[in-house]
Structure formats: structure tokens, C-alpha cells
Design a protein. Sequence first.
Length: 417
Amino acid sequence: MSFFKNILSSVMKGTKHLNRFGLKSFGKLHNDVNKAAESVMFTTGEVSTLVYAEHLLNLIENQDDKNLIKFLKNLLSSYDIDTKKLLKDVETYSSDKSEQNYKQIRASSEPKWVELFRRLNSTTNGTFRLVKLRERIRSLNKSELKTFDSGLLSLFKYWFNPSFLVLEKIDWETPANILEKIIEYEAVHEINSWDDLRARLAPSDRQCFAFFHPLIPDDPLIFVEVALCQDIPKSIDEIIKIDRDEIDIETANTAIFYSISNCHNGLLGISFGNFLIKKVAKNLKRELPELNQFQTLSPLPGLMNWMEEYAPITFERCSDKNCGDDELLKQTIRYLTISDRKDGMPNDPVARFHIGNGASLERVNLNADLSEKGLSQSYGIMANYLYDLDVVEENHEAFFKNKIVQTSNKIKSMKKK
């Protein structure tokens, strides 16, 4: 990453220099955002394009919501697909499938504003700023802007290809600016203090790994926290409590992935997590050969809402604190293994991620998360998903073929009761 940072530092300094130079040498920089967009779209020189793009992105970021919506609507109408030209190019290509006609049909089938975003990406911190722009567009919740949401996502899927990502270990020696982001972005089990963070990063049996992108070297995209254990913990408190006995990692036989957090809403729709968990598991297995099982300790964020709709009697009894463990376990296993969705995917969002990633449902744990959040979401229940590195890819393919949730023998026997 230090190699990438040095390169990017030079590029960004050069961009800023060009921006200052451009104020004098590349003509008028319009303060009207629509005219500034025209300058970006119709300039031909690489250097002038960079200067105009930097100026435009600054203008876009300074628009209030009302004017941003107005600008985006104008962008959509002014730089959309020319359907007449596209139909003509389709007709030409159908008659003569030459390379030139293929290039022409590709060009005419893409909205011109996509190229505008590509040019904005070349500006200072342009990639990160476009991620934030998509995040803002999504927050506006306007149906007429969903085209931009989809268009930016398509670009990001190329720009954030897994082959570009860099895996970094996060520990107590990691720079403070990144540690602050870990605290901010933690989405599963809140980090309440620096002592809390230290308990998750400083001991050798507690580790954290993150994906970074070379163009965003100081901001993680996603991170996972891992507990190295001698057995499978039944509660999250066993993992994250500050005062506990650290174990020698050479004696650990189990790696527990207990928290995975996506860091940027602007990157929703890109599957970083499946690559992260598998890569971390393989790295840990290589470093610690005695590790023989990789499991999660996962929340069930949709259980209570599901119970209210699909198991109202149990929901009412649980609300009155009058439901038995067997009844609660039975309904939880049903929730996790039998889909009530039209697409056949697991009901629970965390289960959809892990099962779709090739894991299997290993165990359900009562009273595993007694925090206010855990109790309000799932009655304190958590689940273990097993990542068997020998069959994880096979499970992934099988699930998307038949939508059957792979489970342990213990879960199977409980379903039969």
C-alpha cells in the first residue's frame, strides 16, 4: 500500500497543480454547473479535460439538494442515449457485423453522461468523491435519479474489481486516522471507547482485516473482525469483553468471524464481503495450520419482524416473555432455513450473505447477544455459519441452483422435531 500511496500522492499533487495552472491557461471556468458540464463533455485535450472536470466536481459537491436534483435531471435529458442513432446503428450492425460497426453500436448504446463520470473520476480523489456522490443521490430517494444510481454502480463494479483490492491487517499499531474510521464504520457490535477498540485489535488472538482500494488508500472499504479460539463461543460477550484471558494463538483451532462491516453506502451492490472472508480464512490457515474450522457468530437482524408476521403466536408469547426455548429455537430454524421470499433466498439478510457465500448453518445460540440491539432484533439469538474451505465453492454453486440451505446434522435433527 505504501507504494500505491506514493504514486497517488504524486498524481494528486499534479492534479492540484493543473487546476491552479488551468485557471489561467484553459479558458473560462464557468460557475454555472450546466455550462461547466458542457466544458467537460466537449473539450478534447487530456489536460484541459482534467482541469474542467476538477472544477465541475467542486461545483457539483457545492450544490444544495434542490439544485443537485435539477442538475442531474438536466444531465439526463441533455446527455442521454440518442435512441434514433442507436436504432440506426443496430440496423447497420445487423447487416454488417464489422469491428467498426460494433464499436459504433457500443458507443451509441451508452448514455453520454457515463463518460462525464469517467472524466470526473480522474480528478483529485475523484473515485472517493464519486462514491460519496452516489451515496448522496441514493439519499435523495428520487425515482427519476435511479438511472444514475445504476450507472455509477456499473462503473464502480469495474473500478472496484476484486483484483484491484489490497488486503491489510488492522492492528493497534495502525495509524490513528484509520482506527478512527474502524470505530465509525463498525456496524454490528458498537465500539464504545478506545479501550473497547484496543481489546479487539491489540491481543494476538483478536485480529482485524480490511480491503483497501489503491485510489482510496486511507479509507477501508470493508473490514472483518476475527477471534481466534480454542472452542466455539456461544455468546458475543465471550469475544468482545474487555477483561478476558488472552490465549496463545498457536493453540487456537477455530477462527470466529464475529463482525463484518461495509464502510460506504455509496458502494452498496458490490460484493466485497464474500472475497474478504474467504481470503482471510485462507491466509489464517496458511499462517496457523492448526486452525481447522472457520465459523461466524452472526446476528439475526430480521428475526423479530419476521416472527411478528409469520409466527404471531410465538411472537406474542415472546413479547410476554412466556415462550419456551424449544418453541423459540424451532421458529428460528424455520426462519433461517425455509424462505418466505419470492426469490427463494433466506429470510434473514445476514443469512443471505453467508449462505449465498457458500457457508452452511451450523448452530443456533440462545442468549448469545443480550445487548439492547440484540434483544430487540432477535431475542438475543445468534447463529454460527460454517465456512468449510474444501466445499465452500461447491455449496455456493449448489445453493444458487436449488436454493436449499446447507445445515449441520444437529440443525437437521432439530428441524425434524
